[in-house]
Design a protein around this ligand. Sequence first.
Ligand code: FNR
Length: 216
Amino acid sequence: MHFQAHQRDALYDIIFNRRDVRRDFLPTPVPEDVVQRLLTAAHHAPSVGFMQPWDFIVIKNHATRAKIKNGFLSANEASAQMFEGERQTLYRSLKLEGIEEAPLGICITCDRSRTGNVVLGRTIKPEMDLYSAVCAVQNLWLAARAENLGMGWVSILEDQVLYDTLNIPEHLDIIGYFCIGYVKAFQASPDLEQVGWQNRRSLEDAIHYESWQPDS
Ligand SMILES: Cc1cc2c(cc1C)N(C[C@H](O)[C@H](O)[C@H](O)COP(=O)(O)O)c1[nH]c(=O)[nH]c(=O)c1N2
């Protein structure tokens, strides 16, 4: 398959217009065929040794999401206290999850023992299975944006909340919990940039030619 310019441009549009969404979710359910398309995209991510270490737990039940939200609330209080002064005040004003508002939750796990102990490509760097599962996250994120669905990563949450609430076996690692739903609007830039928490680093500083150089 040879992609045409308009197809290339569509991919870049999706990349640049993808946002971490935690507010403005609409209650409109995500149709099952759309959910299947999202998960098919996630399932086609690259993985070390083709081990496909991920599983996807799909959560629509509100009571389940309310339990996860409670877990967020306590983790978020502990997190807020790690920041000081004005930074803590700003942190407390941020909306950092849409667990109850978004009608769809997806928890992604990583089975580090899938396909055995010795995995092609993971022989020297054992963390490659976790990285593979994160590749599935990014596919999901981009597919969601292509479907005009907002998606937000909620990592302010103790893993144990997800193990207990979702009955996840202990041998699985938790990669993340994601809120997904249609939205009133997509923001043009990251929320954290809009509120002055953190600016986008210049690409110039991120690119190094031939060898690493400190920021200019
Ligand atoms: C691994 C990981 C974990 C988290 C996030 C991202 C990633 C990659 N982000 C979203 C993050 O704040 C966001 O991606 C950046 O601020 C950039 O914004 P856009 O994603 O471009 O909108 C995120 N956001 C949030 O509100 N609560 C959270 O718990 C997390 N956790």
